[in-house]
Design a protein around this ligand. Structure first.
Ligand SMILES: Cc1cc2nc3c(=O)[nH]c(=O)nc-3n(C[C@H](O)[C@H](O)[C@H](O)COP(=O)(O)OP(=O)(O)OC[C@H]3O[C@@H](n4cnc5c(N)ncnc54)[C@H](O)[C@@H]3O)c2cc1C
Length: 400
């Protein structure tokens, strides 16, 4: 006999756990989350977990900005501690992109993001030791920073459970069950569940599962990786420096504990393409390359050493934006996948939007219509105004 469940969420990363939490918060009493391994065992557990709103397109910026209060008020809203550190965030670009930066800051301000253009002198004051020439500019966000991705997903899962959700780990969804174009449940490694709605939040593994009911999600797998390097004693503590994205050197970075820094490259992979989402490991040359690039932004890292490296699969879509909503042509199915290397910071707002969509018929926390799957077949992909990265003339192919 199949169990009858109101809503099944597939995947226990930051996205699935956030959705389960928000559904339970909105009063859905019969929510079951199914995770084949452990909570945060996929990309979420390996995340750099930067929290910032500087995006080159408004739809992403609106979702990222709507997530900030959740990190700030985590203890009251979710409970416990998600490790959020409000270091502030600095976005640096090549001189040639100064006008684009200025335009982006104005666009972000117009949609409510608290950000400002700062001079090189201001940037040096905000970030001691920063390599920046007198005629360069940066964008600054005071309310941004970073969090602990595992604590975030576990916090959502625990809060969902307290509100009555059933969080099942070590159970795998094998396929979706459909009656014609109506999805009616899932078959798992332990049996089958009937559900009114099935929400896929299983990231790099979602395209294969969606295909079992004829839904095609264009996802390309990319190796996401980050290195942990020792931090100069001049930048001590968990708030030891700002969260930084520097398009000049092609890095993103934030403190990692008291004495180290997490650094990744805007280009993600340094070589080998990813053919499977299983057992993803860092490229051999990645950590030292990332450290050397970081030293261009903060020369104090010239003498630092690599401590470790981490990697996970990124589910990249053609326009590098996520897929949210109910796909056309099938009912009983919703998608929150294709996070394209930047799902962590948006997870509190994506969970809220998906729960609102399911419960109230419309997302209220932020507009999500632009993220519909159908944009790829109707020529309405999300347009971005990207900065140059590193020494290349390419504006499009990077991920962070
Ligand atoms: C190195 C690195 C750095 C990053 N840095 C940042 C950053 O600074 N800021 C940011 O915002 N984002 C960052 N990201 C991206 C961010 O971490 C991801 O976008 C986000 O974690 C995706 O969450 P998710 O829940 O969609 O996917 P996942 O965390 O991958 O979760 C999907 C889950 O589904 C489960 N699953 C799969 N198939 C099944 C099945 N059939 N049945 C049951 N369960 C299943 C998996 O086990 C997995 O736990 C980074 C990612 C990496 C790897």
């Amino acid at each position: 006999m199949a169990e009858a469940i109101e809503i099944v969420v597939v995947g226990g990363g930051v996205i699935g756990t956030s959705i389960a939490f928000h559904l339970a918060r909105l009063g859905v009493t019969n929510v079951t989350l199914i995770e084949r391994g452990a909570i945060a065992g996929g990309a979420s557990g390996q995340s750099g977990a930067l929290v910032r709103s500087h995006y080159p397109d408004s739809p992403e910026a609106q979702v990222a900005w709507a997530a900030v209060p959740w990190f700030e008020e985590w203890a009251e809203r979710v409970g416990g501690d998600c490790g959020f550190r409000q270091t502030g965030f600095l976005q640096l670009v090549h001189k040639v992109d100064k006008d684009l930066l200025e335009k982006n800051v104005a666009r972000l301000q117009a949609i409510g993001v608290e950000t400002q253009l700062v001079t090189a002198a201001d940037a040096r004051r905000l970030q001691p030791g920063l390599a920046i020439e007198d005629d360069e500019y940066a964008a600054y966000e005071q309310r941004s920073g970073y969090a602990d991705p595992v604590a975030t997903a576990q916090g959502f899962a625990a809060a969902a459970q307290r509100l009555g959700a059933d969080i099942r780990t070590g159970e795998s969804v094998r396929n979706l069950i459909a009656d014609g174009t109506q999805v009616t449940g899932v078959v798992t490694s332990s049996g089958s569940l009937h559900a009114g709605v099935v929400i896929l939040a299983n990231g790099s593994w979602s395209a294969a599962l969606a295909r079992t009911v004829g839904v095609e999600i264009p996802i390309e797998l990319v190796r996401g990786q980050a290195a942990i390097v020792s931090r100069p004693p001049t930048l001590p503590g968990v708030n030891g420096h700002l969260a930084i994205i520097d398009r000049r050197s092609g890095i993103y970075a934030r403190p990692s504990g008291e004495h180290a820094t997490l650094v990744g490259l805007s280009r993600g992979s340094t070589g080998t393409p990813l053919t499977s989402a299983e057992g993803v490991t860092p490229d051999r040359d990645f950590p030292e390359t990332a450290r050397a690039h970081l030293a261009r932004t903060l020369p104090g890292f010239s003498d630092s050493t690599v401590q470790s490296a981490q990697a996970g699969p990124l589910d990249m879509t053609p326009d590098r934006c996520c897929v949210l909503g109910k796909p056309d042509g099938v009912s009983g199915l919703a998608l929150a996948v294709g996070m394209s290397g930047s799902g962590f910071k948006k997870s509190p707002a994506i969970g809220a939007c998906m729960a609102e969509l399911i419960v109230n018929g419309k997302a209220e926390t932020a507009p999500i219509d632009a993220f519909r799957l159908e944009r790829f077949s109707t020529g309405s992909e999300i347009q971005k105004f990207e900065y140059l990265v590193g020494d290349s003339t390419d504006r499009g192919s990077f991920i962070h």
